[in-house]
Design a protein. Structure first.
Lengths: 129, 89
């Protein structure tokens, strides 16, 4: 294996490992569930994408042809990560998980829980009418 | 060089898995625990891919794909159960 290919694979692997580690440190260190949700859904998905790119390059170099399995994993992960994050945020909202003190627009939580439009918009529309 | 990189990234992923396990244990709410479990699924996919690179075989991609699908389905099932009290209505 030539030095350039090895360098590319190693760089992608280390980048992916760093992003996954950053996602997990964020999962530990951040203060609030809604803030904590950001770290694994974004950083970890990006890190796994980097590892998958490294794996694609390596397998292409070993086998001589690129297989579609890794691309399938990437596609599946990119589709499913936001869905999971959305469902977990919805569960946290309906279970009244504690919100960080300096979160802005906290008065909108109650109307969002009842699936109503925000109150301010209603008032504005009434004034317009 | 690739051997050193693979070992280094494996150590990083194991530290990340231990941090996720810590959040899974201390998580103040059930939702935190579901999120930690979902992150552990993703990290284990990365670890399996790394093991495939280490052994120079493309055999483990199917396992990674299966774990990706099962992780998504189980996270959504946990979420639906907490949200509605039932998984399939």
């Amino acid at each position: 294996m030539s030095f350039t290919v090895e360098l590319i694979i190693s760089a992608f692997l280390i980048l992916g490992g760093l992003f996954v580690l950053v996602g997990s440190i964020g999962l530990i260190r951040l203060q609030d569930f809604y803030v904590r949700l950001h770290a694994p859904t974004k950083a970890t998905t990006l890190g796994l994408g980097c590892v998958l790119i490294a794996s694609i390059v390596y397998m292409y170099h070993i086998q001589g042809y690129a297989s579609i399995n890794e691309l399938l994993i990437t596609l599946f992960l990119v589709i499913t990560a936001p869905v999971t994050a959305h469902i977990l945020a919805k569960v946290a909202m309906h279970h009244r998980v504690k919100v960080m003190q300096r979160t802005r627009n906290q008065h909108l939580i109650e109307t969002a829980r009842m699936q109503l439009p925000p109150e301010n918009d209603n008032k504005k529309q009434d004034q317009d009418n | 060089m690739l051997d050193i990189a693979v070992v280094l990234v494996a150590v990083m992923l194991c530290i990340a898995l231990i941090l996720n396990l810590w959040r899974l244990i201390i998580g103040p709410h059930v939702v935190d625990r579901i999120l930690a479990l979902d992150t552990m699924y993703i990290n284990s996919i990365a670890l399996i891919l790394l093991y495939g690179i280490y052994n120079q075989t493309p055999l483990y991609f199917e396992a990674a794909l299966l774990i990706a699908m099962l992780g998504f389905v189980s996270s959504v099932a946990f979420g639906k159960y907490l949200l509605r009290g039932d998984i399939i209505e």
